[in-house]
Design a protein around this ligand. Structure first.
Ligand code: SF4
Ligand code: SF4
Length: 336
């Protein structure tokens, strides 16, 4: 290539056959409902995707004559891109916050955060109410888990509503849709998740040791899980389901999905990553947890941004929580 090729994308012509995905050695293409997205920072202009696409959904606007000639037959079939934001060069840039043809707005991010906060407060008030306190001990854990489940369900329902009202796809808009990734990409994601887990856990452990030695560690800080779920086998199993499976999924959708992408559209990637991390930490309602949770939030935000998928962040979040739950189970069983 003597010049960087440009691709002309026509999502309307795409039938999502997926042929262009394995053709792209750079893993630069994403295809979803009503969008085709190219990461220009990865694209080397090889034009393999143009040759793979027999629908005319990807054409070439290459500036050098050779490439133009090669792609001429496709170019005829390609109508000017006119409708979706996902098809404009700006929206398709590597730093675009358009995911799955869906750009989260700052207003939607604020609405998501406000409702999440309101639902959180209602949950806390309910859990602290006399009604719950008066419940028999064998019922109270179930009531707490039920309240937590409702809290998560409210967030998912709102996310789904915000996406569907603009005819978006839930999975595509949040980076949940599975892409055709090479083995190298998957290995990179796994390595980053493992590295992120080690780094965040080491930082949290060092922080714990320092605050404990300075007598700054709150005495009730470590046993929130047993306070909510108890120490019975059933309670700890519920804790594992809520905190390792459901919680990380929903929280990633809210914080690294809607909120971070909405902020990113307004203030840029790194300010958005840091802002959502601080808000994520603040939701844990503990000044002592503010630092380690901000560190975790930054790691999760960076991972979601870097991998352009929410799944690595969900995996890291779940692994991080599983170590916490595992430690609580181990301690409670040991004590018992
Ligand atoms: S090869 Fe063409 S039609 Fe098939 S998914 Fe890719 S862009 Fe769409
Ligand atoms: S031109 Fe080559 S590198 Fe760029 S998106 Fe197409 S196949 Fe991938």
């Amino acid at each position: 290539m003597t010049s960087r090729a440009r691709l002309v994308l026509n999502p309307r012509a795409c039938d999502r056959c997926g042929r262009c995905l394995p053709a792209c050695d750079q893993n630069a293409i994403r295809v979803g409902r009503a969008y085709i997205m190219v990461d220009w920072s990865r694209c080397d202009g090889c034009m393999k995707c143009v040759r793979a696409c027999d629908r005319g959904a990807i054409g070439s606007a290459a500036t050098d004559a050779a490439t133009r000639a090669r792609s001429a037959t496709h170019a005829k079939a390609v109508a000017p891109v006119k409708s979706t934001a996902a098809a404009t060069p700006r929206a398709l840039s590597a730093h675009s916050v358009t995911v799955g043809g869906f750009t989260w707005t700052i207003l939607e991010a604020a609405a998501m955060l406000s409702v999440t906060f309101a639902a959180f407060m209602v949950k806390e008030l309910f859990l602290a109410s006399d009604v719950v306190r008066a419940l028999p001990s064998e019922v109270v854990v179930g009531a707490r888990a039920f309240a937590l489940a409702i809290y998560y369900a409210v967030q998912v329902v709102l996310l789904r509503y915000l996406v569907r009202r603009r005819d978006g796809s839930f999975g595509d808009s949040l980076g949940l849709t599975r892409q055709h990734e090479s083995a190298g990409d998957i290995a990179t994601s796994i390595g980053l998740v493992a590295g992120g887990l080690v780094a965040t856990r080491v930082i949290a452990t060092v922080y714990s040791m320092i605050t404990r030695s300075l007598d700054l560690m709150p005495s009730a800080g470590a046993d929130t899980i047993t306070h909510v779920f108890g120490t019975s086998v059933g309670g700890l199993a519920l804790a594992a389901v809520m905190l390792v499976l459901i919680g990380p999924f929903v929280e990633e959708c809210v914080f690294r999905g809607a909120l971070m992408r909405g902020l990113e559209a307004r203030i840029g990637a790194w300010p958005a990553i840091i802002t959502q991390a601080v808000l994520f930490a603040a939701f844990h309602r503990s000044w002592w947890l503010l630092f380690p949770m901000t560190v975790l939030g930054v790691a999760l935000g960076w991972l979601a941004h870097e991998r352009k998928s929410l799944w690595p962040a969900i995996a890291l979040h779940a692994a991080y929580n599983s170590l916490t739950v595992g430690a609580v189970v181990w301690l409670s069983r040991g004590v018992g």
